[in-house]
Design a protein around this ligand. Structure first.
Ligand code: AMP
Length: 424
């Protein structure tokens, strides 16, 4: 028989890595609770029609599509937003606004696999539906900031832009929406020359090129320069004011490091306003990102409803934590193995292991039926702290032997004191 391997782009997550994922997801869950987001689970499989409604060509072309046995055209979700839009226009249609929903799980995109880019990957996703206020945009940035903080990531920076600025300029210049999408897609890939080729007007090209060249740490200065560049473009002016208002709210409510890049675009077609991504200096790939999508809900048949959201790439956060040697522990403290010397005390040894677990001690049991020497050797190799050795003679005296595997010392203690001894 050949040995099997994972399908290209799919990964097994083992032990330490799996723990990092769980740690990240539990922190995302904590942030959701802190900001009052309700958790929802939605299906991995959705109708192709729903998923391709408004994702943009980029993602549409990379979906895992298949026909189920009932002949339905379906696909694995490439993101959460479509499912949340479906929920908000159906089951949750009459819920009071804003709807604040949190999800976590795997999504699927037929990307070219490389470090930090997989075909199955994990996201934590936050959607805030029903508010067009800048405080809603602010909330999404603040909660992403809080997640990065609770994970203890260092030196992370937000890259911030506003799709309304570019769309405002293009619309005023008469560029249709389809061409706008094509331009934004190229800008997202930093193919600026190709993007500008799609623009007819010389003035418009010049304005866009100037926006592309605008970069720097001084975000206030950048905003001032954008204002000058878009002075003749009404919609773009409104968008710049909106971006300024959000940035003032964000920076006055928390310590945050950010840069403003007016020509920054994101792959998903549905954004209409603020967009952002978050990076650490050691990695070129974004750890998370999001933005405002005010026309998406109506595209799914709902009433016109403003919305803003974000997704964090858990696979990439795990790489970031590893890169920065972030220290965290999911252990319960000291680790113990319980070893019966003979079969005759197996039941008592099992009871003792159970007693420890009930008190919150990580207690393994010798499951291979090995002799004492071999069992201790194995516990030692795996870095356990103590062996609790259960023997017939000791049991008669209601005692057990605790062997400290690090100090290589052993003591006999009354059973009633076992927990205290291990704890201390
Ligand atoms: P998006 O849903 O495209 O806004 O992406 C949100 C986040 O998901 C990104 O910032 C990445 O951290 C992560 N991400 C996107 N695509 C991939 C991928 N192919 N593999 C791993 N993580 C990804």
């Amino acid at each position: 028989m050949p040995t099997f391997q994972t399908v290209r782009g799919m990964r097994d997550l083992l032990d330490k890595e799996a723990q990092t994922f769980t740690y990240t997801m539990s922190n995302a869950q904590k942030v959701a609770l802190l900001f009052g987001f309700k958790k929802v689970f939605t299906p991995h499989v959705e109708s192709l029609e729903l998923l391709s409604a408004k994702s943009g060509d980029e993602i549409r072309q990379r979906m895992f599509i298949f026909e189920d046995l009932g002949g339905r055209k379906v696909a694995l979700r490439p993101e959460f937003t479509a499912s949340i839009a479906r929920l908000s226009t159906s089951t949750l249609k009459n819920e009071p606004k804003p709807l604040k929903l949190f999800s976590v799980g795997t999504v699927y995109r037929y990307d070219e696999p490389q470090r930090g880019r997989y075909r199955e990957f994990w996201q934590s996703n936050f959607e805030l539906i029903g508010s067009n206020k800048p405080e809603a945009d602010t909330e999404i940035i603040l909660l992403t900031n809080q997640l990065m903080q609770t994970l203890q990531l260092q030196d992370y920076v937000f890259k911030i832009g506003h799709i309304g600025i570019i769309r405002g300029i293009l619309s005023q210049d008469g560029v249709d929406e389809k061409t706008q999408n094509a331009i934004l897609q190229r800008m997202d890939k930093k193919e600026y020359e190709l993007a500008l080729k799609l623009v007819d007007s010389e003035k418009c090209r010049h304005t866009l090129q100037s926006l592309i060249d605008l970069k720097g740490d001084n975000w206030r200065g950048i905003i001032d320069q954008i204002k000058v560049l878009v002075a003749d473009y009404e919609q773009a002016k409104v968008a710049t004011e909106n971006l300024l208002e959000i940035l003032l709210l964000v920076t006055s409510s928390t310590e945050i490091s950010l840069t403003v890049e007016p020509a920054f675009a994101r792959g998903l077609e549905y954004y209409t306003g603020l967009i952002f991504e978050v990076y650490i200096p050691q990695l070129e790939i974004a750890l998370g990102g999001g933005g405002r999508y005010d026309r998406l809900i109506e595209a799914f048949g709902g009433e016109a409803t403003p919305a803003v959201g974000c997704a964090h790439g858990i696979d990439r956060i795990a790489i970031a934590l590893q890169t920065q040697n972030a220290n965290y522990s999911m252990s319960l403290g000291r680790k113990v193995v319980v070893i019966p010397i003979t079969d005759s005390v197996k039941v008592d040894a099992l009871k003792i292991a159970q007693l420890l677990r009930v008190q919150g001690v990580s207690a393994e049991f010798e499951l291979m039926g090995r002799k004492m020497g071999k069992a201790l050797e194995d516990a030692d190799k795996r870095g356990l702290d103590y062996a609790v050795i259960v023997g017939e003679r000791e049991l008669k005296e209601e005692t057990v032997v605790i062997k400290d595997l690090k100090k290589r010392e052993q003591v006999t203690v009354p059973l009633s004191e076992l927990f205290e001894k291990i704890k201390n």
